[in-house]
Design a binder for this molecule. Structure first.
Ligand code: ATP
Length: 325
């Protein structure tokens, strides 16, 4: 069966913001414009569909945004979308406005929304945009590289002052459910220990003993990375202080990790994925998520994508552990 020609599409960003979301919007708008497809920007995630918060977009309305953090369409969490009534309202808005397809950039939850709308007859394509890199089906999520670099830059600064005062810095890195960001940051800053929700550790051996040995071998300061989902950074710091007597300081990087100009990797990935999302709609696809798989951009059924399991990079975990002495 030949698919219906796409004349108008919508684009939205949803869930937590990630650097590079603007570059996705730009790629979507420009690819659509080049193919004579008009674009509506849906503001504040799915609530924009439910409340009709929608703007017209054109190639020139996305000038200069590739280098900007955040998202020009704003983002939001919209619990109403999880009710039958809210979902129906969102689908009705798409039908009323003649939206032939919708591109939804965000994380797992955003894809569930896209899946629910697809079932209501609105063709939807998801694009992975989240700093956590925890989308199981994709090797990479837009925003991860920028967040990683931001955290590393901040921690490098902390290290200078920790070294001067011979202290231990316990740094909480974002990642409520996944430790990918913390693991990469821990490796890049040369942390003494990296505490992750996915890996049980023996605190005495893997943190305290390492610090004691480090001191014997002349290391006078330490950086300990704690993923948000592991537990309280303050309790980790208290425990270190009680066991070693070392002066500890806690830093919670928090939302600073979400901001800033996207790195080249995030801009390029966002451009490739945004382009692929429009092409997928033009090919008549629906209920798909754009992914990076073995260095190739491709698309997968959302359900299949969400049911896969992504563990931490074990090689990276082992290498990071091995050199942290
Ligand atoms: P992040 O990884 O940054 O948290 P996310 O996309 O996973 O991003 P969520 O808050 O989980 O963030 O989901 C974003 C939005 O997607 C929700 O606020 C809601 O509007 C919609 N959504 C989530 N789950 C569903 C669902 N099962 N059905 C319909 N809509 C959903």
């Amino acid at each position: 069966m030949e698919s219906k020609a796409i004349r108008r599409i919508g684009v939205l960003t949803s869930g937590g913001d990630a650097p590079g979301m603007n570059a996705v919007i730009r790629a979507v708008v420009r690819t659509a414009s080049a193919n004579n497809i008009s674009v509506l920007g849906v503001r504040r995630g799915y609530s924009g569909l439910i409340n009709g918060d929608i703007i017209e977009m054109a190639a020139r309305s996305v000038d200069g945004i590739i280098r900007k953090g955040g998202t020009m369409l704003y983002t939001a969490r919209c619990p109403e979308m999880m009710t039958e009534e809210g979902l129906q309202k969102a689908a009705d808005t798409c039908k009323y406005l003649g939206i032939d397809g919708l591109i939804c950039c965000g994380g797992d939850g955003t894809f569930r929304g896209a899946q629910a709308l697809s079932r209501k007859g609105v063709p939807c394509i998801g694009v992975p945009g989240t700093i956590d890199n925890d989308i199981v089906c994709s090797d990479y999520t837009i925003g991860f590289d920028t967040a990683c670099n931001t955290a590393v830059e901040c921690i490098d600064r902390l290290r200078d002052t920790m070294q001067s005062h011979e202290r231990c810095s316990v740094v909480e890195v974002m990642g409520r459910r996944a430790g990918h960001l913390a693991l990469n940051v821990g490796c890049a800053v040369g942390a003494t220990a990296t505490l992750l929700p996915e890996r049980e550790i023996d605190f005495e051996t893997d943190v305290i003993e390492k610090m004691r040995m480090g001191r014997i071998k002349g290391r006078n300061h330490h950086i300990v990375i704690v993923a948000e989902g592991y537990g309280s950074a303050q309790s980790v710091a208290d425990r270190i202080h009680e066991s070693t007597g070392v002066d500890t300081r806690v830093t919670i990087l928090g939302h600073i990790q979400r901001g800033g100009s996207p790195t080249s990797q995030d801009r390029i990935m966002a451009t490739r994925m945004g382009y692929a999302a429009v092409r997928a709609l033009m090919d008549g696809k629906t209920n798909r998520v754009i992914v990076l798989e073995d260095h190739r951009i491709t698309d997968l059924d959302i359900e299949e994508g969400l049911s896969r399991k992504k563990d931490l990079n074990q090689d990276l975990f082992e290498a990071q552990q091995a050199v942290a002495i």
